[in-house]
Design a protein around this ligand. Structure first.
Ligand code: G6P
Length: 612
C-alpha cells in the first residue's frame, strides 16, 4: 500500500526521493508526491495523480532544489486518487508538509472540530487533519517534534507519518503507530526514512525499526528516537542482509516471472540447515519454546490473508494428517471479530509474507490477548508480525516485489511442512515416515526446476485460453487449496473471473456453468484421491467442458481424456502443492501478459495491505 520515503543530508533530495518511491512502487499506489525544503527557506511540493512518471515529468519542470524532503506514494482509501488527495498535505500557510500511511479513525470528528475553528480543508483525506493539528498545536518558539507529539495525542488510528517544516528547517519528524516505518542510518551525515527497507537500501543497510508509539527526529547530525509516553528511547540498529539486486529484475521482464523462477533457490533457502536426514526430522532454531510447552498444545489455529491463507489451508491438511493435531484455519479479518475459541493450550500460527498485513497483525494481537502462544511464519525480517510473535520460522525467500505472491507461497508451504515434521516427530510420526518426508523435501528444488522448463509450453497453452471469460479450478485434498491459489493468481493478474472449488463440490453448483466455453483446470496428481478426481474430469468432459490437467509424469490414462496437460514429478502428497502450483503461476502470468495487463502491479491491488 502507500509508501513513505524521506531524506536529510548533504545531497540533493528530489532525485533520491523519487528513486526511493520507485522502489516502493510494487506496494501498489495511484498517486505520488514530494515536498522539499528549498534554499529560499520555503517548502516546495510537487504531486500528481497517476504513476511516478507523471510526478517525474512535473519535477523536471519545477526542479525543486534542497537537501531535506519527504515523498509518498498513495493507495486511495479516503477520497479518489486525485492530485488534491495526493500527499504531501500542507498547512494553510504552506509551512508544514506531511505524508501518512494508515487510517486515522477519528478523522471525521477532528475535521469537524477543526472546521469549526475556521480551518479550510483542501482534500478529502483523513491525513489532512493531522497537518492542521500540528499547525494549531505548534507553540510559538517550540519545535516541530513537540508539535507533532502533541497532535498525535489527539489522533486515533494507524499511522506512519513523516513531517517537515520551514519553521524548524533541515529536520524530518517521523512517527509510527500500526504502520511500518524504519530509519536508514547512512554515512556522511545523512539519514533516511522509509516505510520498508527497499526505500533506503540503495544508500544504507543499517536500519532502525520504529515500534508503535515511537517518534524520531532526523537531522544531518543524526537521529534521536522517542516514545510518545516514555520519552527518549534507544532502538537497535539492524543490518539488512539482502542487497539491491534482490529488488531488481535481473534480466527478467517482470518481477513476477523472476520470482517464479527463483523458487528452486527460495525453497533451498527455507530448508537450509533445517533438515535432519538421519532422524527424519526438522531443526527449527526460531521455535524457541520448550518441548513441554509444545506437548501441551491441544489445537492449532492458522490465520492469514490472501495467498498466505491458502498456504495455511495446506498446513491444516498437513498438521492434521501427519502430526494429528486438531487444526483450524481462519481468515485473519474474521478471526478478530469473532469470539474465537483460543486459550493457552492453543498455538496460533500467523502467516504473512510482508509481516505487515493489518488484519493478520490484529489477529495476532487478539490471539495473544487470549493467552495463546503465537508463532509467525514470515518472510520479512524485522517486520511488525515477526517482532510481535512469540517465536517463529523465517522464510528467507528474499524480498517479493510482484504483487501476486509466488515464491513466498511455496516457501510458506515448505515452512509448514518443516513445522509439521517438527511436531509430528515429537508425537506419532515414525522415523521412516519422517525420513521419507525429508528426502522428498530435499528433492523439491530440482523438481521445481524441471517444471519451470515447461515455461514455453505453458505460454502456448496461455494463448488458447487468453480470452476465456471464466475459468474453474478444481482439486481435492491437498490440491483444493492449490485450486484456490490458481484461481486467485489468474484473477489478480489477468482480471479473468476464476473460481477454485473442491472437485467433488462441483456437482453442487459449478457444474451448471460447464459447457464447451468453460475451461476447467484440474489438479490431478497421483495421490490418495486421484481416481476420484479422474471421475470428476469425466463428468466435465461429458458436458463438453475444456479440461487442462496438471498430472504426474506417466499418467497416460488421463492424457487421452483431457484437452491439455502439464506434467509434474512425483513427491510426497503433502508436498505436491509446491509442484502443482508452479504451472498455475506460469499460466496466470502468460495469460495476463497476452491480455496486456500490468503483471507486477495489477489494478487496485496492493502488495501489503496495511489497512483493515
Ligand atoms: C495482499 C497481496 C497478496 C497477499 C496478501 C497477504 O492481498 O496482494 O499477494 O497474499 O496481501 O499478504 P501477506 O504479506 O500477509 O502474506
Amino acid at each position: 500500500m502507500c509508501g513513505i520515503v524521506g531524506y536529510v543530508g548533504p545531497r540533493q533530495a528530489s532525485g533520491l526521493l523519487v528513486e526511493g518511491l520507485r522502489r516502493l512502487e510494487y506496494r501498489g499506489y495511484d498517486s505520488a508526491g514530494i515536498t522539499i525544503l528549498g534554499p529560499d527557506g520555503d517548502l516546495h511540493t510537487v504531486k500528481r495523480a497517476g504513476k511516478l512518471d507523471e510526478l517525474d515529468r512535473a519535477i523536471a519542470v519545477d526542479r525543486p532544489a534542497g537537501t531535506c524532503g519527504i515523498g509518498h506514494t498513495r493507495w486511495a482509501t479516503h477520497g479518489p486518487p486525485t492530485r488534491d488527495n495526493a500527499h504531501p498535505h500542507t498547512s494553510a500557510d504552506g509551512s508544514i508538509a506531511l505524508v501518512h500511511n494508515g487510517i486515522i479513525e477519528n478523522a471525521g470528528t477532528l475535521r469537524t472540530k477543526l472546521q469549526a475553528e475556521g480551518v479550510v480543508f483542501r482534500s478529502e483525506t483523513d491525513t489532512e487533519v493531522v497537518v492542521h493539528l500540528v499547525d494549531r498545536l505548534w507553540v510559538k518558539g517550540g519545535t516541530l517534534e513537540d508539535a507533532v507529539a502533541k497532535a498525535l495525542e489527539q489522533v486515533i488510528g494507524a499511522y506512519g507519518i513523516a513531517v517537515v517544516s520551514s519553521r524548524d528547517p533541515n529536520k524530518i519528524v517521523v512517527a509510527r503507530n500500526g504502520s511500518p516505518l524504519l530509519l536508514g542510518v547512512g554515512n556522511d551525515g545523512e539519514v533516511l526514512v522509509g516505510s520498508d527497507a527497499a526505500a533506503v537500501i540503495a544508500h544504507t543497510r543499517n536500519v532502525v525499526y520504529l515500534d508503535d508509539g515511537d517518534y524520531a527526529v532526523l537531522t544531518p547530525d543524526g537521529y534521536r528516537t522517542y516514545h510518545l509516553r516514555q520519552g527518549p528511547v534507544q532502538r537497535q540498529v539492524h543490518r539488512v542482509t539482502w542487497d539491491l539486486e534482490a529488488i531488481e529484475k535481473g534480466g527478467f521482464e517482470h518481477f513476477m516471472l523472476k520470482e517464479i523462477f527463483e523458487q528452486p533457490r527460495s525453497l533451498e533457502d527455507v530448508m537450509r540447515g533445517r533438515l535432519l536426514e538421519e532422524e527424519g526430522a526438522a531443526r527449527l532454531g526460531g521455535v524457541t519454546v520448550s518441548d513441554a510447552d509444545l506437548q501441551g498444545i491441544e489445537r492449532i489455529v492458522l490465520t492469514a490473508c490472501g495467498t498466505s491463507w491458502h498456504s495455511a489451508l495446506i498446513g491444516e491438511y498437513m498438521l492434521e494428517e501427519l502430526a494429528r493435531i486438531p487444526t483450524k484455519v481462519e481468515y485473519a479479518s474474521e478471526f478478530r471479530y469473532k469470539n474465537p475459541v483460543v486459550d493457552e493450550k492453543t498455538l496460533v500460527i500467523v502467516i504473512s509474507q510482508s509481516g505487515e498485513t493489518a488484519d493478520t497483525l490484529a489477529a495476532l494481537r487478539e490471539a495473544r490477548r487470549r493467552g495463546a502462544k503465537v508463532m509467525g511464519i514470515v518472510n520479512t525480517v524485522g517486520s511488525t508480525i515477526a517482532r510481535e510473535t512469540d517465536f517463529g520460522v523465517h522464510l528467507h525467500a528474499g524480498p517479493e516485489i510482484g504483487v501476486a505472491s509466488t515464491k513466498a507461497f511455496t516457501s510458506q508451504v515448505a515452512a509448514l511442512a518443516l513445522f509439521t515434521l517438527y511436531m509430528a516427530r515429537r508425537r506419532s510420526l515414525s522415523i521412516l515416515e519422517g525420513r521419507k518426508l525429508v528426502a522428498a523435501l530435499q528433492a523439491l528444488p530440482g523438481q521445481v526446476t524441471e517444471i519451470l522448463q515447461q515455461n514455453d509450453r505453458i505460454r502456448e497453452l496461455a494463448k488458447v485460453y487468453q480470452d476465456a471469460p471464466n475459468v474453474l479450478y478444481l482439486g481435492r485434498g491437498y490440491q483444493f487449496p492449490v485450486a484456490l491459489e490458481g484461481a486467485l493468481k489468474l484473477k489478480e493478474v489477468s482480471y479473468i473471473h476464476a473460481e477454485g472449488y473442491p472437485a467433488a463440490e462441483m456437482k453442487h453448483g459449478p457444474i451448471a456453468l460447464i459447457d464447451e466455453n468453460m475451461p476447467v483446470v484440474f489438479l490431478a496428481p497421483r495421490d490418495g484421491v486421484y481416481h476420484k478426481v479422474v471421475s470428476n474430469i469425466e463428468e466435465v468432459k461429458a458436458r463438453d467442458g475444456q479440461v487442462i490437467a496438471v498430472v504426474n509424469n506417466g499418467a497416460e490414462e488421463l492424457l487421452g481424456i483431457v484437452d491439455h496437460f502439464i506434467q509434474i514429478p512425483e513427491t510426497h502428497p503433502a508436498l505436491l502443492p509446491i509442484l502443482t502450483v508452479i504451472p498455475l503461476q506460469l499460466l496466470a502470468y502468460h495469460i495476463a501478459l497476452l491480455r496486456g495487463c500490468d503483471v507486477d502491479q495489477p489494478r487496485n491491488l496492493a502488495k501489503s495491505v496495511t489497512v483493515e
